[in-house]
Design a protein around this ligand. Sequence first.
Ligand code: FNR
Length: 193
Amino acid sequence: MKLLVFAGSTRLGSWNRKLASVAARLAAQAGAEVTHLELADFELPMYNADLEARGTPADVLKLKQIFFEHPAWLVCTPEYNASYPALVKNTFDWISSPVQGDPVWGDGFRSTRGKVAGVLSASPGALGGLRSQSHLVPLLFNLHCWVAPTTFGLSRAAEAFDSDGGLASEAARASVQAVIDQLLWAAIRMNAE
Ligand code: FNR
């Protein structure tokens, strides 16, 4: 199963990027063919329809293709003001926006429809970014994704990682594993011939 793992943060010391790295390793061990995407590698301006009318940015087209090629996604989202950050919204807004007149990407949901998504979050706070998940899940539904019902929010993220970048707590590791296992279970069945 081709799994796309990414964090909704470009911050160098990001807890969600660390969590995405842990999840990518666990998913690969579980047999997934993992692509670990860094949103910092893509130049996405803030979505603007006038800008788009002058031509969809090349990196948006690259992202559309990458998301399209992966039947399963694992999103690690930070929580900003009880929701997910603008980076996450902007990324999904661009990739779901139809490219006018394009025979392939004229279908805005081509890169998102029918994907199986797993949701993780991490926050230095006590709730582990759970409130970001409650906004992200409806966004994913709107993109015509199927969302794995098991999710996990890593709380007290600043104390959660060991010096090797792994999760210090076995319970936290097992919770991430549970999301991955359910996501892969569903994605494999939904993509069976
Ligand atoms: C935050 N942060 C935050 N944390 C939280 O648990 N609930 C919240 O509502 C918010 N709100 C919020 C708003 C804004 C504007 C910022 C910049 C930050 C803190 C946030 O969880 C923290 O900065 C994380 O470290 C961000 O994730 P990464 O970059 O470490 O992955």
